[in-house]
Design a protein around this ligand. Structure first.
Ligand code: GTP
Ligand code: MN
Ligand code: MN
Ligand code: MN
Ligand code: MN
Ligand code: MN
Length: 212
């Protein structure tokens, strides 16, 4: 399916046409660049204002360019595996040692319409304990070498919607995101049962109104 001369994809393959491809298909692309990012999340009993359940801690980061995204970065598969590269990026950006494996892989996506048309983005996820997530946050704000440089800070994604409709997840989704990280977030929230499809849909509708 891959045209190895110019790294363009054939439009014949069903999965290719939609931009999704397997980890193996992605690695077979000669000339493509690869980026790996990860969603770290945990369950929590915490409540906002002792009233609204937080339900899950979901981590994203404020990048140097003012856009929201996930921790991770560029990986050259000729130098290290995708997972080794992602682990290295997490050490740089989070100051936390996490050994990512193939089992953590969620999806790989080629986005031909983006400006960097030969970039394949690989998405991973890892469920952690609340205690571990707090350690990640602590390290990211103190010992991480990229703190204050590539990464301005880690943020938690509000999963609730406040009364009136706008506050919480809708406001969060109305911010600007790097690449396809917003759709990675939306897909993962539903895929891992962190919000219901209905909750996401409602939040997206409000977010859309806010952006206008
Ligand atoms: P350097 O060390 O400065 O090279 O940055 P990096 O290796 O950490 O790379 P970065 O995290 O910026 O990711 C590389 C590219 O992947 C970016 O230029 C974006 O196009 C894209 N990207 C960044 N973050 C995300 C993300 O969370 N999701 C997706 N899908 N793409 C991202
Ligand atoms: Mn207060
Ligand atoms: Mn990086
Ligand atoms: Mn990097
Ligand atoms: Mn990065
Ligand atoms: Mn770097």
């Amino acid at each position: 399916l891959l045209d190895r001369h110019n790294t363009q994809y054939s439009t014949k393959g069903g999965s290719m046409a939609s931009g999704q491809l397997s980890r193996e298909e992605a690695l077979a692309c000669v000339g493509c660049r690869h980026a790996c990012h990860i969603l770290l999340y945990a369950d929590t009993e915490a409540q906002l204002f002792e009233e609204i359940p937080i339900r899950h801690i979901v981590l994203m980061q404020m990048r140097f360019d003012g856009l929201l995204g996930f921790p991770g970065g560029l990986v050259d598969p000729s130098e290290e595996s995708l997972e080794e590269g992602l682990s290295r990026e997490l050490w740089e950006e989070l100051g936390f040692s996490l050994s990512v494996t193939v089992e953590d892989h969620v999806s790989s996506c080629h986005n031909p319409s983006s400006s960097s048309s030969h970039l394949i983005t690989h998405f991973y996820s890892r469920r952690m304990e609340e205690k571990e997530i707090r350690e990640v946050e602590k390290a990211a704000a103190s010992t991480a070498t990229d703190h204050g440089h590539e990464v301005m800070g880690m943020v938690r994604v509000p999963l609730y919607t406040l009364k009136g409709g706008g506050g919480g997840l809708p406001s969060f989704l109305s911010h600007s995101f790097i690449g396809n990280s917003r759709s990675q977030l939306e897909d993962a929230l539903v895929r891992f049962g962190l919000v219901t499809p209905e909750e996401l849909q409602t939040a997206l509708t409000h977010a859309e109104q806010m952006r206008k």
